[in-house]
Design a protein around this ligand. Structure first.
Ligand code: SAH
Length: 453
């Protein structure tokens, strides 16, 4: 409840800012209103919706003076679909906003106004970049639908195209939807728990062209499988792997525990720079390989390795950064909490003939202190934590043993800024920060920070 504006008020406001999830922000006598679809610099007419004590929401009715950066979203379902948040802002405008988003938290939370935050490294062509699509299938009013979820819901926004995914994924999504009933396959219904096909997953090795298709069904019994395999091969002859996963649980989780191979190999190979990776149906792998290379090169640049260093890669996933580092370091120690990812990391190290990369499954905050207690010493520590940032105990370990250089790869500027402040208070000096755009058209931004003690 607010006393400054009331629900249903129609107001003419100036948009000052953009939130990290892509809503415009206008202030009415200091009271912030969040306006989805509005852009900074715009004069807009809005209708006030829900109001809380410290902020409220409003619906955009009309853009009176548009931002020079406003563009027509090229995707026809952009305003419904929750996949992208920024298609109404030019790519140049997205780059400016993402840099500003990092700059703001580095000033406000890390309190480091003098640390340079460089312009974002973006893509020359910020479309069709995703190498993985996870597409839900369902039924709406007797029709099969497939596409992506509306923001914060499980409502499928039906579409035949998604211009940030591969053309092959478009083709498979649309053809399967059109032909599956003819083949005798119905779509799973989350509410009634009836129907067969839950998800279509398409993964593409961008560097190798290899393509994997995964069909997730609610039952093991799948007599139409051969007809579906033939259909997939006809539509996209480049497919090298077709997998079947069974998920019979009532759950939001996409994969079940049973996976079998229907056609071809059970993995695809992709490479980033000169390192090859084997990717199976459920492996974690960065979704934008072109920008991943930019991100890892930046991390490697900041690590400044000359061949003799002992390096830690904390939160290493399938060891992608570790293997990059291993080429230029004496030894790399990677740690990751998901045991399956560590198995992948070890296999990938072997695949690339890198015997100086070692991997251990466990929590970074437990395993790294153990390494130190065993007497190992490290020159450089790379961290790439999930959105919640580094564990407090890991930060304390860093401050106890003080490796000379820390390279912090972050997918969340807010927690990066919080952790930089803790490391600064413990004696580290942040040298510079390079944001990289891994997810064009979305509101996410990745950054790499370089610290020295
Ligand atoms: N560096 C990898 C993955 C980064 S994503 C890459 O670039 O591909 C963050 C990873 O941290 C995830 O794989 C997640 O499983 C892992 N993780 C989450 N909490 C962890 C913890 N406490 N200790 C170690 N790893 C953790």
């Amino acid at each position: 409840m607010s006393f400054i504006v009331q629900q249903h008020d129609r107001l003419n406001v100036y948009v000052e800012d953009l939130t990290h999830d892509g809503s415009g922000v206008a202030k009415v006598e200091g009271y912030p209103l969040f306006i989805p679809g509005a852009l900074p610099g715009e004069q807009v007419e809005v209708q006030v919706g829900k109001t809380l004590k410290n902020y409220g929401f409003a619906k955009l009715l009309e853009v009176i003076e548009p931002s020079p950066q406003r563009v027509e979203p090229p995707c026809p379902v952009f305003w419904d679909c929750g996949g992208c948040q920024m298609q109404h802002l030019s790519y140049e405008g997205q780059m400016i906003q993402k840099q500003k988003q990092v700059r703001d938290v580095i000033d406000r939370i890390a309190k480091l106004p003098n640390v340079p935050v460089h312009p974002v490294k973006g893509m020359d062509n910020p479309w069709r970049y995703r190498n993985k699509s996870q597409i839900p299938f369902g039924e709406q009013n007797g029709r099969i639908v497939s596409g992506f979820y509306k923001s914060r819901t499980h409502h499928i926004v039906d579409t035949d195209v998604c211009i940030i995914q591969s053309e092959e994924a478009d083709l498979l999504m649309a053809t399967l939807k059109r032909e599956m009933l003819i083949l005798g396959v119905d779509a799973y219904n989350e509410r009634t728990h009836k129907g067969l096909l839950r998800h279509l997953i398409v993964r593409k090795g961008k560097a190798t062209g290899e393509i994997m298709v995964v069909l997730v069904t609610s039952k093991r019994k799948f007599p139409e499988r051969e007809a579906v395999v033939e259909m997939i091969k006809r539509v996209v002859p480049e497919v090298t792997s077709i997998m079947h996963n069974v998920n019979s649980e009532k759950t939001n989780v996409i994969f079940g525990n049973e996976t079998s191979c229907l056609y071809g190999k059970s993995f695809i190979i992709d490479s980033i720079g000169d390192i090859d990776f084997e990717i199976s149906a459920r492996s974690f792998y960065q979704v934008n390989p072109e920008q991943t290379e930019v991100l890892y090169k930046q991390a490697l640049d900041y690590a400044q390795l000359s061949g003799g260093e002992m390096v830690i890669d904390a939160y290493c996933g399938i060891g992608t950064i570790s293997l990059f580092l291993a080429k230029q370091a004496k030894e790399v120690y990677g740690v990751e909490i998901v045991p399956q990812a560590i198995e992948d990391a070890k296999r990938n190290a072997e695949l690339n003939g890198l015997d100086n990369a070692h991997f251990e499954a466990g929590a970074a905050e437990d395993v790294i202190p153990k390494w130190y207690e065993q007497g190992k010493r490290f020159d450089v520590l790379v961290v790439d934590p999930p959105r919640k940032g580094c564990d407090e105990k890991l930060l304390q370990t860093i401050l106890t043993y003080k490796p000379k250089r820390v390279v912090y790869v972050s997918c969340n500027p807010g927690t990066l800024a919080r952790d930089l402040r803790i490391l600064e208070d413990g004696g580290y000096k942040t040298q510079e920060i390079q944001p990289v755009d891994m997810f064009p058209q979305s509101s996410h931004v990745e950054s790499v920070a370089w610290l020295e003690i």
